[in-house]
Design a protein around this ligand. Structure first.
Ligand code: HEM
Length: 215
């Protein structure tokens, strides 16, 4: 962080450029992956009683949906891999997503349930940290189970880890559901604390001396 003072507000550098670029790239990439994936699912649903509304699908027909899914998956995998490498290499994960212990998580869940969890701009609370790890885990499972369904013969060892092609479909579906759950709660949290939104675009947070005192 790099504070620079002004008479009333302190500017603090928050989200670094690579995080912001990779974060916002995730939005169109994820929309395209979800919508094309739902199109593929609808052609042969693993839960026959449940299909996705066709307006939420991409590609028009099975072949088109597969073409979208296989094209955009490279962007998802590359963006995800770069994010993980950068997060580890720059110390971002260690600094901002850790420490996280069952005790701090239980404390913050309790505070949130009693509406007493304060959001300190520039710091993630334990619920956010846990949720970001959850999204990373779902993303990893999505890519690995997806690869094992795409090339089940060449990547048979990977497919075997998931218990074969058919089970990999279930893993892929539930990991997708996890990401959707994450995205819905994540956006709801941003709406609940809108002051977190601009810093994710500009990279800068402005704190009043009172905010700093509250820490
Ligand atoms: C329109 C949709 C979205 C909005 C408005 C949004 C907004 C934000 C904001 C404001 C933050 C910073 C929170 C804070 O400082 O307290 C953030 C962080 C984050 N968001 Fe999103 N987000 C969106 C979609 C997504 C999606 C689709 C993903 C991935 C599945 C995602 C993953 C993350 C992650 C991992 C972080 C932590 C970034 C880091 O510090 O490395 N977001 N988001």
């Amino acid at each position: 962080m790099n504070p620079s003072s002004s008479p009333s507000l302190t500017k603090i550098r928050r989200h670094r450029v690579p995080v912001r670029i990779m974060h916002w790239l995730n939005v169109p990439i994820l929309c395209a992956m979800l919508m094309s994936g739902w199109g593929i699912y609808n052609a042969s649903p693993i839960f026959p009683a449940f299909t996705f509304p066709s307006v939420l699908t991409l590609g028009g027909w099975l072949g088109g949906a597969i073409a979208w899914h296989l094209a955009v998956m490279w962007a998802l995998a590359a963006n995800g891999l770069l994010y993980i490498l950068w997060g580890i290499g720059s110390g971002h994960f260690r600094r901002d997503f850790l420490p996280l212990t069952p005790r701090t998580l239980a404390r913050d869940v309790k505070l949130a349930l009693t509406l007493r969890l304060a959001h300190r701009l520039g710091r993630y609370n334990a619920i956010q940290k846990a949720f970001y790890w959850f999204a990373l885990a779902c993303g990893l499972l999505l890519v690995l189970s997806g690869l094992s369904m795409w090339k089940p013969v060449q990547l048979y060892r990977l497919a075997a880890l998931f218990g074969g092609f058919d089970r990999a479909r279930y893993v892929h579906f539930f990991a997708m559901s996890g990401i959707v759950l994450f995205a819905v709660v994540h956006v709801a949290m941003v709406i609940a604390v809108p002051s977190t939104f601009w810093p994710m675009i500009t990279g800068v947070i402005r704190r009043s001396p009172r905010d700093a005192q509250d820490e």
